[in-house]
Design a protein around this ligand. Structure first.
Ligand code: ZN
Length: 207
């Protein structure tokens, strides 16, 4: 199982980090060892001083496919969920400055929160799942919120783009990028994710 993560998929987040808005989707991978086990706290690694939360809408691939056309991409996922792409922002900045890959800053143990709940997109058949609001609360205060409607590249385009380069396999999870409001986490923080008004995960941070 691979985790495919999209970078800079919301204009407001690209701007807050001083990045240009991309002309095509930007993606990277996290290894399966990065998944934070359910009910486990997130431990800030000793080698970073600046881990950021990035709440993201998740899509789980249900069929194998390559070179998928955007108009058929909807057939490759049935459910959506919510997660966090924890990022060691200080290490990422050093890697970016050198033009090096981001894996150390993005793929470390525990850096991928995946909710245990997956919600069928058929639940929003009429209005469209893209309109469903999602959010992250840090210590009870909302810090990030968006809907998929404000993505620069729709999930269907993401699936089409990524599958030109790598075969998507059943069980792969797509992290679709984070909206603005990312920020550091500290010892004692509690992070809670919501999709529509449903609580999707709660993560305790230890430093
Ligand atoms: Zn991210």
């Amino acid at each position: 199982m691979k985790l495919i993560c999209i970078g800079r998929n919301y204009a407001d987040h690209a701007t807050e980090l001083g990045n240009a808005v991309p002309k095509e989707p930007l993606f990277f991978l996290k290894p399966d060892s990065s998944v934070l086990p359910h009910r486990h706290p997130f431990y800030i690694p000793a080698w970073t001083r600046d881990v950021h939360h990035e709440v993201e809408l998740l899509v789980r691939i249900t069929r194998n496919g390559k070179c998928i056309a955007p108009e058929f991409a909807h057939r490759y996922f049935d459910e959506i969920s919510l997660g966090i792409d924890f990022t060691a922002r200080d290490v990422q900045a050093q890697l970016k400055a050198k033009g090096h890959p981001w894996e150390k800053a993005k793929g470390f143990d525990g850096s991928a929160v995946i909710s245990r709940k997956w919600l069928p997109k058929s639940r929003w058949e009429e209005e469209g799942w893209e309109k469903v609001p999602f959010s992250l609360k840090k210590n009870g205060k909302e810090v990030q919120s968006a809907t998929a409607e404000s993505m620069l590249f729709h999930v269907h385009e993401l699936i089409a783009h990524v599958s030109q380069f790598m075969t998507l396999k059943m069980g792969d999870v797509l992290f679709t990028g984070t909206p603005s409001g990312v920020g550091p986490v500290a010892d004692g923080d509690e992070l809670e994710g919501f999709l529509e008004n449903e609580a999707m995960f709660r993560v305790q941070v230890h430093g």
